[in-house]
Design a protein around this ligand. Structure first.
Ligand SMILES: [Fe+2]
Length: 214
């Protein structure tokens, strides 16, 4: 892939992504970048005007991605070097994502509806048995529109569920192409971990990302 991909291109998007890029060039750490991006992210979450309705709807029947049936992963923007993706996750009422990680720092905020987030931690000291992972819930967060949280590598395993009667929409700013990288899905009851690629409903993954599995 060459060049940035603006799937949603409007003034609000250009301004937000431009600000994030400027912050990233001078931030000394993910924590500093997150702290400085936070107020701009809050502004975006509070603005009902810039995200078209089609990115707030689940996929049509039979058109689901790796996150699961009827769960929408809509890419809005990604950088050409794979170091940033901004997307909307659409979860119909009562639906839940698999337990998954992100392998990058990021910010996630609720734009519409209500969600419950279950945060997991590994309890096995990253034992290297193939396919084994022992994770448990360490925190549960209730999110209303405007609420958001950070993701940092080492503290980035969670699942989210819509608890409102309306579909929830959360915005994800990640420091990788999170739809296209190989990451992990966890099955806590079975103490299993497996490779996982969620994909994007509206964008392809390139060859470079395929090779990232190794
Ligand atoms: Fe997530």
């Amino acid at each position: 892939m060459t060049g940035d991909q603006w799937i949603l291109d409007n003034d609000r998007m250009r301004s937000f992504i431009g600000t994030v890029k400027a912050i990233r060039t001078t931030a000394q750490s993910p924590e500093e970048a997150i702290a400085r991006i936070r107020p701009h992210f809050a502004d975006l979450l509070g603005d009902a005007a810039w995200l078209p309705a089609r990115y707030q709807e689940p996929p049509a029947e039979g058109d689901s991605g790796g996150m699961g049936k009827r769960i929408g992963m809509w890419l809005l923007y990604r950088s050409g070097d794979g170091s940033m993706a901004f997307s909307a996750l659409v979860l119909p009422p009562g639906m839940q994502t698999p337990v998954h990680d992100h392998l990058a720092w990021g910010l996630v905020g609720l734009y519409r509806g209500r969600q419950s987030e279950q945060v997991y931690a590994r309890r096995d000291h990253h034992r290297h048995d193939e396919g084994f992972a022992d994770v448990e819930v360490v925190q549960e967060n209730v999110l209303s529109p405007g609420d958001f949280y950070d993701l940092l590598p080492g503290n980035d395993i969670h699942s989210v569920r819509t608890t409102s009667a309306e579909t929830s929409v959360s915005l994800h700013l990640l420091s990788n192409d999170n739809g296209c990288i190989w990451r992990h899905r966890y099955k806590p009851q079975e103490r299993r971990i497996e490779p996982f690629k969620s994909g994007w409903l509206n964008a392809e993954c390139g060859h470079d990302h395929e090779h990232a599995r190794a």
